[in-house]
Write a protein that binds this ligand. Sequence first.
Ligand code: CA
Ligand code: CA
Length: 114
Amino acid sequence: MSVVIVNRSTVMEFIEDMVTFDKCLNECFNELDVDVDVDVDGVLFRLELQKGFGRLMTLEHDLESEEQINNVYDNVFEKFNEDHNGTLDRKEFRSLMKEIMQAVARGIGNSPIQ
Ligand SMILES: [Ca+2]
Ligand SMILES: [Ca+2]
């Protein structure tokens, strides 16, 4: 297993490198849509987002109850579902991921993490 050292500037460079960011984003979106979506329609429903993120991230470990987790996903989904059509398209998903990456960059500061 390799150890990856990530720091604030690495993450910010990653966000600023839009070509790389878009490529990863598309791969991530496709993975969520293919694996979670029943009909692969190119958009993410709230449940798909939650299932997909449950696999990709460890958010659940920081929260105590299922209700708290659901609240987080409700808020995230509402915030980024800008046109309120009940699904996240690629553009909305992009805003979401960008904000997450920026939050990660702020959260970890300059301390290397493993
Ligand atoms: Ca879908
Ligand atoms: Ca939408």
